[in-house]
Design a binder for this molecule. Structure first.
Ligand code: DC
Length: 209
């Protein structure tokens, strides 16, 4: 079974995708991490994330980079969003995601265009979202709890900017696939949102009587 989980930044799609993978015993790929690695590699190489040629060259990032904690930072998220608008970058990362999705036994992938572009044939598709306020608050608490300084208004502004860029780019914009089930978790705890996600996937894979 292939499960596609798409949604905006800090919507909780990663937590949900990991929980679904554990529940169904499937491998999981966080595709945002690939774009983050490309964005960070551009920075390391002294390139410009808005240059398609520099971003394409960075797609050959060393595999060890995927374990670098810097990939998880807000700054790297912004770089990822910028390099992800380039056609050549999306093309360079396509096969890797496709091969993961179509491996024997199935997989769970989360990102922005999994249900629309990477695996349109996925058996179950979820579109996970939450209000900007709810997402900013979560990101803020995450940062403060890990001992970092944070400004909730700056986080909200940054999330809105990234939403805007991800939704309005020409290629593979963030959007809910026609056959994706919507999970708005603005008012749900992480556990309630996971339970709901499992129920939604079940509704897709349990044969109707
Ligand atoms: O999910 P994330 O915050 O780690 O993603 C970082 C950026 O990568 C996001 O702003 C847009 C881009 N991205 C994408 O274009 N397509 C994907 N499938 C995953 C991420």
């Amino acid at each position: 079974m292939i499960i596609a989980v798409d949604g905006p930044t800090a919507s909780g799609k990663g937590t949900i995708a990991r929980a679904l993978a554990a529940h169904y015993g499937l491998p999981h790929l966080d595709t945002g991490l690939l774009y983050r690695a490309v964005g960070y590699q551009v920075l390391l190489a002294g390139g410009d994330p808005d240059s398609e040629a520099d971003a394409l060259a960075a797609c050959a990032f060393p595999p060890t980079l995927l374990g670098d904690p810097e990939l998880r930072s807000e700054a790297t998220g912004g770089l990822a969003s910028r390099v992800s608008v380039h056609h050549a970058v999306r093309e360079a990362l396509y096969e890797r995601q496709r091969a993961f999705a179509t491996q024997e036994g199935g997989a769970v992938l989360d990102g922005r265009d999994i249900g629309t572009v990477i695996v349109p044939e996925a058996e179950a598709k979820l579109f996970v979202t939450a209000s900007v306020e709810a997402r900013a608050k979560r990101r803020y608490l995450e940062m403060v709890n890990s001992g970092r300084e944070a400004d909730i208004d700056a986080i909200a502004a940054d999330l809105s900017l990234r939403d805007e860029r991800d939704r309005n780019r020409k290629e593979a914009p963030l959007r809910q696939a026609d056959d994706a089930l919507l999970l708005d978790n603005s008012d749900l705890s992480a556990q309630a949102s996971i339970d709901r996600a499992i129920a939604l996937v079940e509704s897709r894979i349990t044969p109707r009587r």
